[in-house]
Structures are given as structure tokens and as C-alpha cells.
Design a protein around this ligand. Sequence first.
Ligand SMILES: [Zn+2]
Length: 263
Amino acid sequence: MEEKQARKLICEIGRLLYERSYVVSSDGNISVRLDENTVLATPTMTCKGRMTEDSLALTDMEGKPLSDKRASSELAMHLLIYRERPDVRAVCHAHPPHGTAFAVAGLAIDKPILSEVILTLGCVPLTDYGTPSTEELTAAMQPFVKHHNALLMANHGAVAYGENLRQAFDRLETLEHTARIAILAKILGGANNLPSDAIEKLINIRERAGYLGKEARCQACGYLHQTGLSCSGGEIAGSSDGKRISFTREELIELLSQAARLS
Ligand SMILES: [Zn+2]
């Protein structure tokens, strides 16, 4: 993307993040990958609703400054995503209240409750807590970046990314909207999950329409395993660290009855 246009767009999306209460104070950060080795990012300690086009910072892919402006302290999170996903050209990190409530409660946004979300975003995993702006945070996120387009960070917030900044923002907004609906449905007695045959149809549609590719079948969400669809990319995201294991309903019942027989 052309730099001048990117500067304008980052300020526009920054205002949207602030106006929609996805960030307060100097929270959050945005970046655009201008070319193979240049990133334009929001500056450190600045309210995203009040940025000027000349306040943005240019860095290389190692985070080395290419101008006199200092980039956000969370730049490492953005650089990790660009390294893992060459298709990604923009990243948007914020603390949207409903999505962040899931992250604070230790929950992923991974229930099959909304057809359009399965079509356009897929599920959003919860990555382990890591101190902001340190390697702890990027190490916790790394196993999930490849197969997902948005992540929750435990006790912190959310990040979404895409082929351009508008797509990254839209994905963040879908994440927040889904979290809000899930919380409201819980107040009304709980959301009904879509059945596995309906999920399978949605996944076929999203692949035919090009909303999400086959690699999204490897997302870390339980409902994918209930369908007859397999993850062609090999491993399910995040399963290689040995900490996250998921079972089908039948497997879980079998394990519980085995445990009951033993006790
Ligand atoms: Zn943050």
C-alpha cells in the first residue's frame, strides 16, 4: 500500500477504534505492512482517536526505527503476525470490552452460535497470558497465528489481522459483536449451538466463496471436530504445545464412564 494513503487510513481506523470504545487512553495499536521490509505503525503513548498522519512511526521488519518517531511498544506482536502470515498486510490490536471480557474470564469465542461468524471469521482462540511487549506474549500467540484471523490474549485484549486494514478492523468488530451477542444470549438462558451438519454446510460455502481457505479447518475450536471435515494442514492450531486437548462428545462420555468404573 502507498504510504500516504496508509497514514490517512490508520488515523481513520484509530478514530473508529476510539469512538466505538474498543480502546481508551493510549490503548491499542495499528500497523500496515507497506512492503516486504517496511511497516507503518501507530506511535507509543498516543490516544488512537487523536493521532495525526505525521505522528506515525516507520520501522523495518525487525522493529528498527526508520524515522524519528517511536512505534508502539506492542510492535513485536504485529511483526510476529507478518512473519507467520505473508498474506497479512494490516494488524489491529485493541481492548474491546465484550471480547476482552471473554479474555479476562478465560474463555475463547469458539461456540458455533452464529452462521455468519462461521462463514467470515471462524473461531477465536484464547492464547495464554504473556506480559505485554515481551517475548512471553508473542510466544503464547505464535502457535495460533497461522490458522486464525483474530486472537484473544488472556487478561489483556484482542488482535485481528487481514489483507488490508479495513478487513483487519472488520474482523475485530465481528469478534466484539459476537462476544456481545454471546453474553446477551447467556442472560436470556443460553445460546443454542448450530448442529454439526449445518456447520459442515457453512464451512463448504465459506471455502467455495473464498471467505476463508481450507487452512481455517485447522482452527482451535471444538465444533470443527464434530463435523466430518478434517484439517488438511496436519495439526490443529495450538495442539503442538501439549497443553490444549479437545475431545468429541462421545470420547468425553467414554472417558467419564471409564473414570466412574474405576472409582
Ligand atoms: Zn493491549
